[in-house]
Design a protein around this ligand. Structure first.
Ligand SMILES: [Zn+2]
Ligand SMILES: [Zn+2]
Length: 537
């Protein structure tokens, strides 16, 4: 049995394991890689022909676990995609939304290429039509039901407590007279999360592939989250400013609405402070939640029983169209704006930030994980200026980071999740985390259980022997995974061109004053770009 790590190895995005067992080849998750250009290039990898993949298991509807599905379909994958019902419901919305974003981005790039006289702009990863075709490949699997996609392979989903429909997958492969069992944790939820039930513990297994996003820290006092949100609201209400909450359209937005509902009950949501939900996707995702109430935890269901919809507020307004979204900026007076994306790297929230982040009376409330390199991460890490639509904007708003809403288990909760699964022969492989978080969690697991964990690398292959679980063979593809950056070439080119420029300054001085000042403008921009670059080194 072989596992090939195609993503979420020493990073959090691009979750995808390619598994070879019982003569079949299949994927567990098929997620988008998100980050800089070199990282996103991995989305176009040609390591496997999609037509050679027999079937796919999806743990949950987040794009970093499922966002490459339409690309698989587009390039010839025709097999079934197994997932829970709520995951299917959410993916029908999210994949089309993702496809729409891909198409728009490709269109903007094509225009940019055209304006610059360049040829061959990058094409969209996939189209809305591809996403619609993918939807026909979903096969719903109930939690705890056994699915047998091929002879010798059995799998069961357990509630992962992460988002609506999220599952931990326990897989058994029977080959050569031996059964090997593996747990793919998927993303592990935080106990006591609002709305969804807590994660379940599947039966023990030989191998545990475990996420480690928050392997190096615990969340702040979780009970204080509602209170902290209340403080942000009071801060901006007193000063007549707006509260901007960048939030993923799925789960986080519904949790925030739920939380505002609780604050309203406590009289801490001022009646003159409207709540704008500015994301058509969030509005539709909320409807999916309302259709899957059987997955809610006790508190949310009790609320429903009393006829109280946890996602409804008296002063809530939805913005579906672009015009409605723009009109929010004309609204005078304090307001709460919930908008995507959660990391501020795309979507309507960037417009709200541009209108508000430079105002001391505004507050920006972060309620989710902020990936490396995203504007959200920069703001959380106290950047004084932030680049929005190519313009540097000062950060003067009050920044709140509320960890208690995280969809992921914190360090001690990860250890708690592992506790019942641990046994002396278990092999633990850490995935879905940044290297430093993984190193810390590996150390904690060693201290607590006395076993060493393996931290998977991008493109690494793991041969599971099934006999001695600790002795899995590792094959690395380092040169392919991390192609060397050619610094000599880059610095050489810049040196050469700068040398040419300096040689030509004499000639430049003979030119008319207006021409010289135009070049001066260009050089000043170059100098500013270099200064910014140096400040990051
Ligand atoms: Zn997730
Ligand atoms: Zn994830």
């Amino acid at each position: 049995m072989k596992i090939h790590f195609l993503g979420a190895a020493q990073t959090v995005t691009g979750s995808c394991y390619v598994v070879e067992a019982c003569g079949k080849r299949f994927c567990v998750d098929c997620g988008l890689h998100q980050g800089n250009k070199a990282i996103e290039e991995r989305n176009r990898s040609k390591l496997y022909r999609p037509a050679d993949i027999d079937f796919i298991f999806i743990t949950h509807a987040h794009m970093d676990h499922s966002g490459l599905l339409p690309r698989m379909t587009r390039e010839g994958f025709t097999g079934p995609i197994y997932c829970t019902k709520a995951t299917r419901d959410l993916l029908e919305l999210l994949l089309q939304d993702s496809a729409h974003i891909q198409e728009m981005e490709a269109m903007w790039e094509a225009k940019k290429y055209l304006r610059r006289g360049l040829k061959n702009p990058p094409s969209a990863l996939y189209s809305v039509e591809d996403a619609q075709k993918t939807a026909a490949q979903f096969h719903i699997v109930e939690y705890h039901a056994v699915v047998e996609p091929a002879p010798g392979i059995k799998a069961i989903y357990y509630n992962a407590g992460h988002i609506l429909g999220a599952g931990t997958l326990r897989l058994e492969a029977h080959e050569q007279g031996k059964t090997t069992s593996i747990i793919f944790s998927g993303d592990i939820g935080r106990p006591q999360a609002l709305i969804v039930r807590d994660a379940e513990s599947p039966p023990q297994a030989d191998y545990i592939f475990m996420e480690s996003t928050y392997g190096d820290r615990d969340h702040k006092d979780e009970k204080r989250s509602v209170e902290e949100l209340g403080q942000a609201i009071a801060y901006s209400h007193d000063r007549g400013g707006k509260v901007i909450i960048p939030a993923f359209a799925v789960e986080r937005t519904q949790e925030i609405l739920y939380c505002l509902h609780l604050l309203a009950d406590q009289g801490k949501l001022p009646p003159d402070m409207p709540v704008f939900v500015d994301s058509p996707l969030a509005i539709r995702a909320t409807e999916v939640f309302e259709r899957n109430q059987e997955l809610f935890d006790t508190q949310a269901r009790q609320m429903l029983c009393k006829g109280d919809n946890p996602f409804k507020l008296p002063c809530m307004r939805f913005a579906l169209s672009k015009e409605e979204s723009q009109a929010i900026n004309d609204y005078d007076g304090p307001a709460i704006i919930i908008s995507a994306s959660g990391m501020c790297n795309a979507g309507r929230v960037r417009h709200h930030l541009r209108h508000n982040i430079w105002k001391p009376e505004a507050s920006i409330v972060f309620v989710g994980y902020q990936g490396v390199g995203t504007p959200g991460r920069k703001i959380v890490e106290k950047a004084q200026k932030i680049s929005l639509f190519g313009e540097d904007v000062e950060v003067a708003a009050r920044i709140f980071t509320i960890n208690g809403f995280s969809g992921h288990a914190g360090q001690s909760q990860l250890l708690q999740w592992l506790e019942p699964l641990y046994h002396a022969q278990a092999s633990i492989v850490l995935t879905h985390g940044e290297s430093s978080a993984q190193a810390t969690l590996a150390e904690m697991i060693h201290q607590r259980f006395g076993i060493k964990t393996h931290i998977a690398n991008y493109l690494e292959e793991l041969e599971l022997t099934g006999r001695d679980h600790q002795a899995a063979t590792v094959v690395l593809h380092e040169a392919q995974a991390h192609p060397r950056v050619n610094w000599d070439f880059l610095t050489g080119e810049i040196d050469r061109k700068w040398g040419m420029f300096k040689k030509n300054v004499n000639v430049l001085q003979q030119r008319p004053w207006v021409e010289q000042t135009e070049v001066q403008d260009a050089v000043e921009k170059l100098d500013y770009a270099l200064t910014r670059l140096l400040s990051r080194m």
